[in-house]
Write a protein that binds this ligand. Structure first.
Ligand SMILES: CC(=O)N[C@H]1[C@@H](OP(=O)(O)OP(=O)(O)OC[C@H]2O[C@@H](n3ccc(=O)[nH]c3=O)[C@H](O)[C@@H]2O)O[C@H](CO)[C@@H](O)[C@@H]1O[C@H](C)C(=O)N[C@@H](C)C(=O)N[C@H](CCC(=O)O)C(=O)O
Ligand SMILES: Nc1ncnc2c1ncn2[C@@H]1O[C@H](COP(=O)(O)OP(=O)(O)OP(=O)(O)O)[C@@H](O)[C@H]1O
Ligand SMILES: N[C@H](CCC[C@H](N)C(=O)O)C(=O)O
Ligand SMILES: [Mg+2]
Length: 475
C-alpha cells in the first residue's frame, strides 16, 4: 500500500513511499513501517522517534508537539486512536462478524463459548483473549488478554486469510484505554459484570468503568448490538448508552428480556437451565457447573443470536459446550475421594462466584488455596481475603505471581482480610497441604492461576501448572 493512499496529504504524496507494516516499538521497526509513538506508563515512545526513523520508518503517528524529522509526521491529539485506524485500513480485510466482550470477570469464558457455539453452527470461528488466539485447530499464546494493536490487527487479518468469518475477542479495560482494537468493526459487544480489579492502572472504579463503557460508547458499530448481562447492578448504565446511540439491546439473565433465565438447577456434573426466549421456554442441560458459567453461556448465546444465529439451535448448542481451560476445571481426586478444582478467580467477585459454584457440591468443607498477583491492584487483596474467609471453610493463603513485589507482603495484605487463614508461601506446598487436609465429602479449590503455565517471580517465569501439581499431589 502507498503512503499517499493511506494518508492522502501533501507530505505523504511527496514522500511517495510504500508502507510495509506498522510498529509501536522502535525495536520492531522495519524499513517502510509506520511507527506509532505513544506516551506510556514506563517510557515515552516519542523518545524513540529518531531511532524509528533511523530503522526505516516512513511516517510517525505522534502528538502534534512531537519532533519528527526524516519521516512524515502524522499529527493527532490521540495518536493511539489515529494509529489504530490507519493500521486497520492497512491490515483489512477482517472477519465479517467480530464481537467483543468486556467486564471484570467472564470475558475469557464467554469468548470461548461464543467460538464453540459458532463452530457447532458450522461457522469458521476463532477467539482472541487471555488463552491466546484460538481456532478449531490450534491455540497460539500472545501473552496479553487484548494484544497490542499491531499484534491484534495483524492476527485478525491472518484469521480472515485462513477463512475465519466469525471472531469473538476480549476487550480488556487496558485494551480499551489504549485503543488496541480500534478500526476493527464490532457487530456486537457484551458486558458481563463490573467488580474490583486493575485500580492500580485506572485509579478508581469510576475511571475503570468508563474505560469499559467505551466499548459501547465508541467501539461498537453504529448498527451493532449490545448484549448485556442484566443481573449486574451496573447493567443499566450500559443499556442507557446503547439506547442513546440507537443500538439494538439484547438483555440476558434472570432480569433479561431476550434470554430470560427462568430456572437453574445444579446437578452433579452440570446444571439444568430453563431459558425463556420469545415467549418459548427452552430446557437445556449445561454440562458445566456454577452459576457464573451459566451466566457466561447465556451471554455467549446472546452474542451468537445478536449476530444472526438461530435462537433454538443456539440454546440447544449449550448442551454441547466443552469446559474452558482453568475455569472450574476438575484437576484431580484425592486418595480420600475429594475432588480438586482449579479456577482463575483473581478478584473478590470471582472468588465469591467460584466458591458459590462449588458450594452445592460440598458435603463437608470447602478448602481454598488463594493468593494475589504482584504489580497489580493492591487494594483488591484485603477484599479477596475477606471474601475467601466468608465463602470457604478452610483458607490457605499462598503466592500467585509475585512479579517484582515481596511475596510475604502480598500475603500479609490478603491475611488482613482473612485473619484466620493459614499461610504457606510456597504454592506447591500449599496445594500439597490442602490435598492432605481434604477428607471424603470435602472439595479443594485452587484459585488464581487457572490455565497459567508459569509462576512469575521477579523477572523469571518458573514452570508451574496448578492442574499438573494437583494431579501429582493426588497421585
Ligand atoms: C499497563 C499496560 O497496559 N502496559 C502495556 C502498554 O505499555 P505502555 O503503553 O505503558 O508502554 P511503555 O512500556 O511505557 O512504552 C511506551 C511506548 O514506547 C514504546 N517503546 C518502549 C520501549 C522501547 O525501547 N521502545 C519503544 O518504542 C512501547 O512499545 C510503547 O508503545 O503497552 C505495552 C506495549 O504493547 C505492553 O507491553 C504493556 O503491557 C504490560 C507488559 C502489561 O503487563 N500489561 C497488562 C497489565 C495488561 O495489559 N493487562 C490487560 C488486562 C488483563 C486482564 O484483566 O485480562 C490485558 O489486556 O492483558
Ligand atoms: N460471569 C461471571 N461472574 C462472576 N465471576 C465470574 C464470571 N465468569 C467468570 N468468573 C470468575 O472469574 C474467573 C476468570 O474468568 P474468565 O477468565 O472467564 O474472566 P476474564 O474476564 O477473562 O478474566 P481476565 O480479566 O483475567 O481476562 C473465573 O475463573 C471465575 O472464578
Ligand atoms: N489478566 C490478569 C490476570 C491475573 C492473574 C493472576 N494470576 C495474577 O497474576 O494476578 C492481570 O494481568 O491482572
Ligand atoms: Mg480473560
Amino acid at each position: 500500500m502507498r503512503l499517499s493512499a493511506l494518508l492522502g496529504d501533501a507530505a505523504a504524496i511527496a514522500a511517495d513511499a510504500t508502507v510495509t507494516g506498522f510498529a509501536i516499538d522502535h525495536r520492531k521497526v522495519a524499513p517502510g513501517n509506520l511507527f506509532g509513538a505513544f506516551e506510556g506508563l514506563r517510557v515515552n515512545g516519542e523518545d524513540y522517534i529518531d531511532a524509528a526513523v533511523e530503522a526505516g520508518a516512513v511516517a510517525v503517528v505522534a502528538r502534534p508537539g512531537a519532533h519528527v524529522e526524516g519521516a512524515v509526521h502524522v499529527a493527532d491529539d490521540n495518536p493511539r486512536e489515529a494509529f489504530a485506524r490507519l493500521a486497520a485500513r492497512f491490515y483489512a480485510p477482517f472477519p465479517a462478524t467480530a464481537v467483543a466482550v468486556t467486564g471484570t470477570n467472564g470475558k475469557t469464558s464467554t469468548v470461548e463459548m461464543t467460538r464453540q457455539l459458532w463452530r457447532m453452527a458450522g461457522e469458521h470461528a476463532a477467539s482472541i483473549g487471555t488463552l491466546g488466539v484460538t481456532t478449531a485447530d490450534e491455540r497460539v499464546v500472545t501473552g496479553l488478554t487484548t494484544p497490542d494493536v499491531v499484534t491484534f490487527l495483524s492476527n485478525v487479518a491472518g484469521l480472515a486469510r485462513e477463512g475465519v468469518t466469525h471472531l469473538a475477542f476480549e476487550a480488556s479495560s487496558h485494551g480499551l484505554s489504549q485503543y488496541r482494537t480500534e478500526g476493527l468493526p464490532v457487530r456486537a459487544a457484551a458486558f458481563t459484570n463490573l467488580g474490583r480489579d486493575h485500580l492500580d492502572y485506572h485509579g478508581d472504579m469510576a475511571a475503570y468503568f468508563t474505560a469499559k463503557l467505551r466499548l459501547f460508547a465508541q467501539v461498537l458499530s453504529d448498527d451493532g448490538s449490545a448484549v448485556v448481562w442484566a443481573d449486574d447492578p451496573q447493567s443499566e448504565r450500559v443499556i442507557d448508552i446503547a439506547r442513546e446511540r440507537g443500538n439494538r439491546v439484547v438483555t440476558v439473565g434472570e432480569h433479561g428480556d431476550d434470554l430470560r433465565l427462568i430456572e437453574r438447577v445444579p446437578t452433579l456434573l452440570g446444571q439444568g437451565l430453563v431459558i425463556r426466549a420469545g415467549g418459548v421456554d427452552h430446557r437445556v442441560q449445561l454440562p458445566l457447573i456454577g452459576g457464573y458459567q451459566a451466566a457466561n453461556a447465556l451471554i455467549a448465546a446472546g452474542l451468537v443470536i445478536a449476530t444472526g444465529g438461530d435462537v433454538a439451535t443456539t440454546i440447544a448448542g449449550l448442551a454441547r459446550l466443552q469446559p474452558v481451560r482453568g475455569r472450574l476445571e476438575r484437576a484431580a481426586i484425592t486418595a480420600s475421594g475429594a475432588p480438586v478444582y482449579v479456577d482463575y478467580a483473581h478478584t473478590p467477585d470471582a472468588i465469591e462466584a467460584a466458591c458459590a459454584a462449588l458450594r452445592p457440591h460440598v458435603a463437608g468443607r470447602l478448602i481454598l488455596v488463594v493468593g494475589a498477583g504482584g504489580d497489580r491492584d493492591r487494594g483488591k487483596r484485603e477484599p479477596m481475603g475477606q471474601v475467601a474467609a466468608a465463602a470457604a471453610d478452610v483458607v490457605i493463603v499462598t503466592d500467585d505471581n509475585p512479579r517484582s513485589e515481596d511475596p510475604a507482603a502480598i500475603r500479609a495484605e490478603l491475611l488482613e482480610g482473612a485473619p484466620g487463614a493459614r499461610e504457606i508461601g510456597d504454592r506447591r506446598a500449599a496445594i500439597a497441604a490442602a490435598l492432605r487436609e481434604a477428607a471424603a465429602g470435602d472439595i479443594v479449590l485452587i484459585a488464581g492461576k487457572g490455565h497459567e503455565q508459569g509462576q512469575i517471580v521477579g523477572d523469571l517465569v518458573l514452570p508451574f501448572d496448578d492442574v499438573a501439581v494437583a494431579r501429582e499431589m493426588a497421585a
